[in-house]
Ligand binder design. Structure first.
Ligand code: PMP
Length: 303
């Protein structure tokens, strides 16, 4: 995209640059977000999904890392709207806010440093092909725990954990990795939360299972209970429950609702996209694309 928001200004993309001495580049002490905007062709409208919730999470996470972002969530929403209007995309886009220590100095710490802030957007189709099921493998890497790097926050350094697991999964011929916690319970994917269907109930790991506090996760818990009358249970999930599940799907801003058809080469259910997953996927796309009157409150129009 042509214009990027960078340290309080809208600048042409080539001008949004940092020095190699930027502190966060060395130590991963940055916080980011991932927000999606969906282009609705028939309505000729771009809708940003749950933007305020994303910026509320962003500011909670930046304050944990002692990054100083001098904006309210509402102001960050306004900046994003202005950015999108300037770039005027007519396709699905991904919005990436990033707060980082911009001070050009060595030293591993969180205090006494300047904060930089950037927001940019890129055209973005599916992160995972949601029309096909994905094949996942349990990672040999354990999820970072809350007393090491809190996975509930989108801390840049924490994504080293995701990257090693994702590449291991791809090297082994899987599409995605599933993390277990240090205690061996199911946690999440490298960039997705996870749901299982067992005995007709939807199960998902609790927020104590070293997962990102996912916005798609809470959206789906809400939609499944309200619209599909499904019982959703947040509890500890054992590894073998994955192999026994009737259906599994991953979810996230990037992954949307991605059906899982195999875990560690064992087929899940019939080995094809499950009927409940397909129903949840359909509902999710209707909502995020701004086609559900009831949930239009979650979709901010740009134009
Ligand atoms: N877990 C991790 C590790 C992630 O990076 C993401 C993507 N942000 C998710 C879960 C899904 O979170 P959300 O629904 O808020 O995008």
């Amino acid at each position: 995209m042509d214009t990027i928001y960078f340290n309080d200004k809208f600048v042409p993309a080539p001008e949004a640059k940092v020095s190699v001495m930027t502190n966060s580049l060395h130590y991963g002490t940055a916080v980011f977000e991932g927000i999606r905007a969906y282009w609705n062709g028939p309505k000729k409208q771009l809708f940003v999904f749950k933007m305020l919730e994303h910026y509320q999470r962003f500011l909670r996470n930046t304050s944990l890392l002692r990054l100083k972002v001098n904006h309210t969530p509402e102001e960050l929403c306004d900046i994003t709207l202005e950015l999108l209007r300037k770039n005027h995309p007519e396709e699905d886009v991904y919005i990436r806010p990033l707060a980082f220590f911009s001070t050009e100095t060595m030293g591993v710490k969180l205090h006494g440093m300047e904060t930089g802030l950037t927001i940019f957007s890129i055209p973005f189709g599916p992160y995972i092909d949601v029309s096909k099921g994905v094949k996942v493998g349990i990672s040999s890497w354990r999820r970072i725990d809350d007393n090491s790097i809190p996975a509930r926050c989108k801390i840049s350094g924490g994504y080293v954990n995701s990257a090693v697991a994702k590449s291991e999964a791809l090297d082994h011929g899987y599409d995605e990795a599933i993390f277990l916690t240090k205690d061996g319970f199911v946690s999440e994917g490298s960039a997705e939360n996870i749901f299982l269907l067992r005995g007709g109930k939807l199960l998902t790991p609790t927020l104590a299972e070293d997962i990102l506090e996912g916005i798609t996760r809470s959206t789906l818990i809400d939609l499944c209970r309200t619209e599909l009358n499904l019982e959703v249970v947040e509890r500890q999930i054992g590894r073998s429950e994955l192999y026994l599940a009737e259906e599994i799907f991953l979810c996230g801003t990037g992954a949307q609702v991605s059906p899982v058809i195999e875990v560690d080469r064992r087929p899940i259910g019939s080995g094809e996209i499950g009927p409940i997953t397909a129903e949840i996927q359909k509902l999710y796309f209707e909502v995020v694309k701004g086609n559900s009157r009831k949930y239009l409150k979650w979709c901010i129009p740009i134009y």
